[in-house]
Write a protein that binds this ligand. Structure first.
Ligand SMILES: Cc1cc2nc3c(=O)[nH]c(=O)nc-3n(C[C@H](O)[C@H](O)[C@H](O)COP(=O)(O)OP(=O)(O)OC[C@H]3O[C@@H](n4cnc5c(N)ncnc54)[C@H](O)[C@@H]3O)c2cc1C
Length: 372
């Protein structure tokens, strides 16, 4: 094999690609990260910044806990950028009996599976922790230490830390095709040909196209556009990130007093032309629910809304692992909850590339799970 054989090319400069490049570079690997636009330009830079273990698919919890270990020690990895992570507590309240039943059942299931991070609390505790709440609740699930981060700063932090450790980062560089010849990957881009022994596909909503070009698996990845709104600044009343059991809502208040409201609501996206839509009608249901929780939000003017392009898998679990072709690895399909996982995914992909055992099982995320 030529000297290119031990080089790694990471495709995609979102949180997954930047964290992967960082962990590889930190361990002395020769890494080049190639991004078609700018670092953090897509979902990773425009998301709600929710850093939550709360409410995850049970199969995803070990990876989420591993990622949280890194979040909790982020300063030693990405330096001052880590100041843009704000741990507080994450609370999903029940606003009716159906929500209460769901939450209690989840708490019991998690306890049985040996997870203790989500704790059921009754309304008296919730009212004490959130004195500005406008309604009584039927209890809720809380995770201490979950919180929120300024997403683009964290992505930039990983990119900078990767560079400091010797990684090359090339922006405005579209990868056109990926072919393999004599054990080497040939990566054709707008800025010329790159060669590497290993490629890590972290191309977000575009990743199935990269896989197809490499003659790897055909992935059932679909693009949608999760949406958010931000309000004008209001007095500080919300010290937590919040959701509502059996509803899709994510709600937080930034340090400057602005509320950020979104959640599971999503609109249409066309990744081929870098375009995502916003549906004000769908967003209004999230805003109404947030205003029901805190009447202060009903008084706040919405000043901006946006969406980002996200890749969804049919089971809403990511693809993380080795592809069909030798020297090709995948990390994509995060289905609107991949920001918190990012540092854990980066570490796990670096482990796989280097032939080491990741600290948690990636079995649930096997790339071949949709292949008959
Ligand atoms: C509005 C919104 C709110 C969200 N809220 C949260 C939240 O609160 N918490 C949470 O955990 N998650 C959240 N998410 C989900 C989270 O943002 C994503 O799961 C995560 O950022 C995906 O990261 P990624 O690196 O896989 O993808 P991306 O950030 O999309 O990065 C992929 C990159 O690959 C590049 N690329 C693609 N094709 C090529 C090519 N051919 N050549 C070169 N480069 C290429 C793209 O330009 C892109 O920059 C939210 C998402 C959105 C949109």
């Amino acid at each position: 094999m030529s000297s290119q054989g031990n080089k790694v090319v990471v495709i995609g400069g979102g949180i997954q690609g930047c964290a992967t490049a960082f962990f590889l570079a930190k361990r002395g690997q020769k890494v080049t990260l190639i991004e078609k636009d700018r670092i953090g330009r897509h979902a990773s830079g425009v998301n709600a910044g929710g850093v939550r273990r709360l409410g995850r698919n049970i199969l995803e919890i070990p990876l989420s806990l591993a990622a949280m270990d890194i979040w909790q020690n982020l300063y030693q990895e990405i330096g001052e950028y880590a100041e843009d992570f704000h741990p507080c507590f994450y609370l999903k309240v029940a606003v009716d009996e159906a929500g209460r039943e769901l939450g209690l059942m989840r708490a019991a299931n998690l306890r049985e599976a040996g997870f203790t991070h989500e704790v059921w609390v009754e309304d008296d505790v919730i009212q004490t922790r959130l004195p500005h709440l406008s309604i009584p609740t039927h209890g809720g699930l809380i995770v201490e230490g979950d919180g929120w981060a300024t997403p683009w700063r964290i992505v930039q932090g990983f990119a900078n830390a990767a560079k400091k450790n010797g990684a090359k980062i090339i922006e405005d560089c579209y990868v056109n095709s990926l072919t393999q010849s004599q054990g080497l990957w040939q990566i054709q881009t707008l800025k010329g040909l790159f060669e590497a022994g290993t490629v890590v596909n972290c191309a977000g909503a575009w990743a199935a196209d990269i896989a197809r070009s490499a003659d790897d698996y055909i992935f059932p990845l679909e693009s949608f556009a999760p949406m958010l709104v931000v309000t004008e600044r209001r007095p500080k009343i919300l010290p937590a990130v919040m959701g509502v059991l059996s509803h899709t809502l994510s709600l937080k208040q930034l340090e400057n007093g602005q509320f950020v409201i979104g959640g599971g609501v999503r609109s249409k996206a066309n990744h081929l032309i870098n375009q995502s839509d916003v549906s004000l009608q769908k967003l209004s249901s999230s805003i109404k629910l947030a205003a029901k929780l805190f009447s202060e939000i009903g008084n706040a003017q919405v000043i901006r809304c946006w969406s980002g392009i996200e890749g969804y898998m049919p089971d809403e679990l990511p693809i993380i692992g080795r592809g069909r072709r030798n020297g090709l690895f995948h990390g994509f399909g995060f289905s609107a909850h991949g920001f918190q996982l990012g540092p854990g995914v980066g570490e796990a992909l670096a482990d796989l590339v280097m032939g080491q055992q990741p600290r948690v099982s990636l079995e649930a995320f096997r790339p071949d799970r949709f292949i008959n």
